[in-house]
Design a protein around this ligand. Structure first.
Ligand SMILES: [Zn+2]
Length: 259
């Protein structure tokens, strides 16, 4: 996929090299590098972008049984950017992707998202890896991840004592993580079949907090399960049951208020 502008780029690099050799004009060339702060550029060329803000880059590792990828998403402030994603190179446990980003002076003021998945091949489950995202040879961002996508199990934590009937009762999961570095989603089972979906669980959610009210007194078991948001098939074992007793009586501390 060699584009005509690749030739222009070659020429541009050659000019810099010659300029450097001659000991002048380097500062001028650097000034030409496009910046997000520039409103307009008078040049008609595509201009290399070397000051990409790391906050505009999101890196995500996706680890499945027989293959792994890193997904790179860049949010550009307008439509005038072109990304040549390039190949990913491996050096032991480090993957390096070097991209070339160029800016055009003719742009639409529309926030533009560009996304690419670098295939990393099969990884060793026991190993830790690092992915470095470079633009024009300069490191912009990096992530660490494991060759496996395993979610640690978690436990249910009750926030308050003495819950009563029909009163919304908060509980949460102790936060856990996935070895691949992605977000985790939680779902709860609260032992109240009438108010749960067919699978007897709440919906999956990245929020580890939940509340529920029980309409009959008695003992209920609350359990939680976590899964990897990128690889939903990878879920932790269901946690141990955490028992909760729902009573009909008014709370003791409420009584104290009336004395
Ligand atoms: Zn994972």
């Amino acid at each position: 996929m060699l584009k005509p502008k690749a030739l222009t780029r070659g020429l541009f690099i050659a000019i810099i090299a010659v300029s450097l050799a001659m000991g002048f004009a380097f500062a001028e060339e650097v000034e030409q590098a496009a910046s997000f702060d520039d409103n307009a550029d008078e040049s008609e060329e595509w201009i290399p972008v070397k000051d990409l803000d790391p906050d505009r880059v999101e890196l995500k590792a996706i680890v499945r049984e027989h293959n792994a990828w890193v997904q790179v998403t860049i949010i550009f402030p307008n439509s005038g950017y072109d990304v040549e994603w390039g190949e990913v190179e491996q050096d032991n446990n480090t993957f390096i992707a070097d991209t070339r980003i160029e800016a055009d002076e003719i742009v639409l003021p529309v926030v533009t998202e560009k996304r690419y998945r670098y295939e990393l091949g099969e990884l060793d489950e026991e190993e830790e890896y690092r992915f470095v995202f470079q633009v024009w040879g300069e490191k912009i961002d990096s992530i660490k991840f494991s060759g496996s996508c395993i979610v640690e199990s978690t436990v249910v934590v009750f926030e308050e004592d003495s819950p009563v009937i029909d009163e919304s009762y908060p509980f949460s999961a102790e936060e856990t993580s996935c070895a691949c570095g992605n977000n985790v989603e939680y779902r709860f089972e609260w032992d109240d079949v009438e108010n749960l979906s067919r699978e007897s669980f709440s919906e999956w959610s990245e929020t580890p907090e939940k509340e529920h009210s029980w309409s009959d007194e008695g003992e209920y078991n609350v359990r939680v399960q976590a899964r990897c948001s990128e690889n939903p098939a990878n879920a932790s074992p269901l946690s141990d049951e955490n028992k909760i007793e729902i009573s009909e009586e008014t709370r003791i501390d409420d009584w104290n208020l009336y004395y």
